[in-house]
Design a protein around this ligand. Structure first.
Ligand code: AGP
Length: 613
């Protein structure tokens, strides 16, 4: 995730900005930069790579200004490069901005600005902000930022400097975090508290649509309408390590809680409205030759490893339900050695959070050599996979630091749903009206996901009762079977519990012999047409002594008399349940891991990205 910082006071800004940016490195980044109002005017220095690269760039000069902003970039639009790094400036180089977030209507704004004579330098969405502020600037920088806010859609935490207003920094936010710090020698802005703790523990969190005007000796706050507003000052008790996790005990817990926002950031920019009908549609411009997918002889392969492979399993059900197209799902390390039958009519969806997994890259290259089209779903802009694929859909989940994948998984699923729904529509399987209704349901998912965290205490108590279980089975049918697989992996990899997933109908073909009084069985029941089957499967395992937790919807009481415990999810369309039903099991695995004395962020024997075979 990008990080922004700023300082205005009596000290030379550059070292303070660099020091604050270093405190944001944990957020993950691929480039960095600063802008300082020096005696000779606005000076911008920025570079692709680590902060040390920027420091080398600055080592040969002493920029004397005491007002500056800085940025660490986690690329979303435009690959990592010097020119795509922040800060961005307007054409005259008079205004500089740093931005954390995604400007969803950047393409439309860029077109409009270019028609008004603006020449863009970068491929980023953020650059439009600098030009818009310049366009609206008539001597009042705060007013110009407010008018810009009114035109941009999406998420932002902004820092703005101007040569014409050297006594102030303007900051603004919507949906991206921004905090103001009050130091002894001046005032600060930052995306997150760790960047401030060396200078102050007195901070103000500004809210969505609010602006802050920082002077060297005081700070003013305004609403988007320009009305002054009083904000409280909070005292931060956290130590640095706790602050990097946003106050959460582990990155994994923080990243699980980030899923509603990650889903929003991944879904919202891709759902558009047809100008004529007003119906929802999917913007699939990121896939180069999507029309080609309509061909009758098209086949889809989904290839990945681990959690990403489980997303592919869900993807198979999704594509076959909504687009009625055959899908083959492969584990990358199997695909690459089985001399697969594939060729130029085939479409490969390669899923990888890191975009660097060795087996996945090897499988992708094999498919590419066969002439197939490669579409990547990845979380890392500029990753090897993103550079070698023909098309890329990014999961805008922000850096996933915990080894166990959570927000990357649910956002991978959301990309698969959007592709499949669009494909189903262009293949005539679902009408425009049906597409609109399904997309409306998809838009509800982030809020539904957020509601699941209301059950976190209940899950923590459930984990306290069962964390010592030596056999944990997850079972389900169709989408629920795929989520059972991901749930078993989560529990395995961070609590070191032997857990296994079964297609519920498969139990009687052998696995039920394993069931006894020490067994916990988690039964996923979100496919309403199969409730009776699931009820029978639960009775089968209960008869052999198992403890059963049923995970179903709020409006379902079918299993209340059968399961020992039930967990009820917000009601969504059965087929969309995977984006929700995995969350309770992520939380269950997390709390079991802690109760067993493990570090859920760094489980034994595992790496975040398996870049070797
Ligand atoms: C999932 O929690 C694990 N970290 C692991 O299975 C992971 O999904 C797998 O290594 C694939 O990684 P990738 O998505 O970065 O390719």
């Amino acid at each position: 995730m990008c990080g922004i910082v700023g300082y205005i006071g009596t000290e030379v800004a550059t070292p303070l900005l660099l020091d604050s940016l270093k405190k944001l490195e944990y957020r993950g980044y691929d480039s960095a930069g600063i802008a300082v109002l020096a005696h000779e005017g606005l000076v911008v220095r920025k570079a692709k790579g680590r902060l040390t690269k920027l420091e080398q760039l600055l080592a040969s000069e002493a920029i004397d200004g005491t007002v500056g902003i800085g940025h660490t970039r986690w690329a979303t639009h435009g690959e990592p490069s010097d020119i795509n790094s922040h800060p961005h400036t307007d054409v005259s180089g008079n205004i500089a901005i740093v931005h954390n977030g995604i400007i969803e209507n950047h393409a439309k704004l860029r077109d409009w600005l270019e028609k008004h004579g603006v020449t863009f330098r970068s491929q980023t969405d953020s650059e439009v902000i600098a030009h818009l502020i310049d366009f609206h600037y008539n001597g009042d920088l705060l007013q110009a930022v407010r008018e810009t806010m009114a035109r941009i859609e999406g998420s932002y935490a902004l820092g703005v400097l101007s040569e014409d207003a050297p006594d102030r920094i303007i900051a603004a936010r919507k949906d991206s975090p921004l905090v103001i710090g009050y130091g002894k020698t001046g005032n600060y802005i930052a995306s997150d508290v760790p960047a401030l703790l060396a200078h102050t523990r007195e901070v103000t969190y500004i809210d969505d649509y609010e602006l802050a005007v920082l002077f060297a000796d005081h700070v003013e706050f305004y609403t988007e309408d320009g009305d002054p507003v009083q904000k409280e000052i909070c005292h931060i008790e956290w130590d640095v390590e706790a602050a990097e996790k946003g106050g959460y005990e582990h990155f994994m817990l923080k990243e699980m809680h980030e899923q509603p926002k990650a889903l929003t950031d991944t879904i919202r920019p891709r759902i558009i409205r047809d100008e004529s009908s007003g119906l929802r549609n999917v913007d699939m411009h990121e896939v180069k030759d999507f029309e080609r997918w309509k061909a009758e002889d098209s086949r889809i392969f989904i290839v990945a490893c681990g959690t990403a492979w489980h997303a592919g399993i869900v993807g198979k059900y999704i594509f076959e339900q909504f687009a009625r197209i055959p899908v083959e799902v492969d584990i990358a390390s199997e695909f690459r050695y089985r001399n697969p039958l594939c060729g130029k009519n085939d479409i490969f969806i390669i899923i990888s959070q890191s975009g660097e997994t060795a087996d996945t890259l090897a499988a992708m290259r094999l498919a590419k050599r066969s002439g197939a089209e490669i579409v990547a779903i990845t979380n890392v802009v500029g990753s090897t996979l993103s550079r070698e694929a023909d098309s890329v859909l990014y999961t805008w989940a922000g850096p996933e630091i915990a080894v166990a994948s959570t927000k990357a998984f649910t956002t991978q699923l959301s990309c698969l749903y959007l592709i499949a729904l669009k494909l189903g529509n262009i293949r005539g399987v679902i009408s425009h009206q049906q597409l609109d209704e399904h997309l409306k349901e998809i838009e509800r998912i982030p809020a539904a996901a957020a509601k699941i965290f209301d059950m976190e205490d209940e899950l923590q108590r459930f984990a306290a009762r069962h964390f010592n279980k030596t056999k944990v089975f997850f079972m389900g049918r169709l989408f629920d079977y795929a989520i059972s697989m991901e749930s078993a992996l989560k529990l395995k990899e961070i609590s070191y519990t032997h857990s296994e997933a079964f297609a519920a109908g498969e139990l009687k073909h052998g696995p039920i012999a394993l069931v006894d009084t020490s067994t916990l069985v988690v039964a996923f029941c979100t496919q309403r047409a199969l409730f009776e089957k699931m009820d029978s499967n639960m009775k089968e395992v209960k008869a052999r002594g198992a403890t059963v937790l049923a995970i179903t919807f709020d409006d379902v009481d079918t299993f209340d008399g059968t399961a020992d415990e039930t967990l009820k999810l917000p009601v969504v369309l059965d087929q969309f349940s995977p984006m929700l039903s995995i969350i309770p099991c992520q939380l269950y695995a997390y709390y079991c891991s802690i109760l067993r004395g493990n570090d859920p962020d760094k489980p034994r024997n595992l790496a975040k990205s398996v870049t070797v075979e």
